[in-house]
Design a protein around this ligand. Structure first.
Ligand SMILES: C[S@@+](CC[C@H](N)C(=O)[O-])C[C@H]1O[C@@H](n2cnc3c(N)ncnc32)[C@H](O)[C@@H]1O
Length: 296
């Protein structure tokens, strides 16, 4: 009997996953609700229910479902990060399991999805390069942090003698590999990868829409500074925040200008900043900034 209920629960869970993928949020929520009613011991069903409730803008219900998922899977970085995001608890950075889960799921449709959202990250960084008067002479050594599928590397290809990428999502790296613009693609968490690479070797490091998954960027700034040649540039985007760094209900971090300037202090000189909007988020344009700092 128990076995049959679990089997039916898995069927509803699977149906819920497909319904959610198809954007049928109410149907997905109903499927996951039936799954947890049949077998309340499956954390995946509770997680699916929570995600559908987030899609349906029912954050209080989602919190309850996430608490149930966490009781069953206390180690899950995905559940922990979603709980932090919805409950207003700002962690230092998104767990690796959350980032790889999110982007492995997205990887195949990522470029098309971002095009639909009017994604501006790479264009904002490219504008900074143009304003800095860089010549696209193929002479620079560039590292793309959180390179994803390679959208961010594309505008920098003509500047690069060598363009490499880092990302912790294997799905995203597979798409980047297919794009064929990177010499080396490093798989791993950006701090860990940077600690393992030779220091002082890069002319530019770029991070388009990557710091939205790293709240506390103080250590990252130190590592980036260590990898840049003196005078080298660090270009990155952030979602605009008001107070140091905060984790938004979206699961992404927002950074304040004075916090970024404080992290850069002693390592970099501030060179340039542009204000803009980086993508459409729940029907409205998301305010963002792109920065250029130069290594002292
Ligand atoms: C929104 S995507 C942006 C991808 C690309 N830069 C672009 O502009 O299209 C963020 C990327 O950063 C990667 N990422 C996030 N946090 C990371 C971390 N701590 N270490 C390595 N990669 C990370 C994700 O896997 C994802 O591919």
């Amino acid at each position: 009997m128990k076995h049959e209920r679990t089997f039916d629960a898995i069927r509803f869970e699977q149906h819920g996953i497909h319904a959610r993928d198809a954007g049928l949020h109410a149907e997905a929520a109903a499927d996951f609700a039936r799954a947890v009613a049949l077998d309340p011991g499956r954390s995946l069903s509770w997680l699916g229910l929570a995600l559908s409730q987030i899609d349906l803008k029912r954050p209080q219900d989602a919190l309850e479902s996430l608490h149930r998922a966490q009781q069953l899977s206390p180690q899950s970085g995905v559940v922990t990060h979603l709980l932090d995001s919805l409950s207003g608890h700002t962690s230092a950075r998104a767990p690796e399991t959350y980032v790889s889960w999110l982007f492995n799921t997205y990887a195949e449709g990522f470029d098309m999805h971002l095009a639909r959202l009017g994604y501006q990250g790479p264009a904002m960084l490219h504008r900074l390069a143009i304003r800095a008067g860089w010549v696209a002479d193929g002479s620079h050594s560039i590292l793309d942090l959180g390179c994803g599928t390679g959208l961010s590397g594309l505008p920098f290809l003509s500047y690069a003698a060598r363009l490499d990428g880092v990302d912790l999502s294997t799905g995203m790296l597979e798409q980047a590999r297919r794009r064929g613009i990177y010499a080396d693609l490093h798989h791993g968490e950006v701090h860990a990868v940077l600690r393992g690479l030779p220091a002082g070797s890069r002319d530019m490091m770029i991070a388009a829409d990557t710091l939205i998954y790293i709240g506390d960027v103080a250590e990252l700034f130190r590592l980036v500074a260590g990898h840049l040649k003196p005078g080298g540039s660090f270009l990155f985007t952030v979602e605009t925040g008001e107070q140091s760094f905060t984790l938004a209900p979206s699961g992404r971090y927002q950074h304040a200008d004075d916090y970024l300037q404080a992290c850069a202090d002693g390592l970099f000189d501030f060179a340039d900043r542009i204000e803009g909007t980086i993508r459409v988020e729940a029907g409205r344009l998301m305010p963002a900034r792109a920065y250029r700092f130069t290594r002292r």
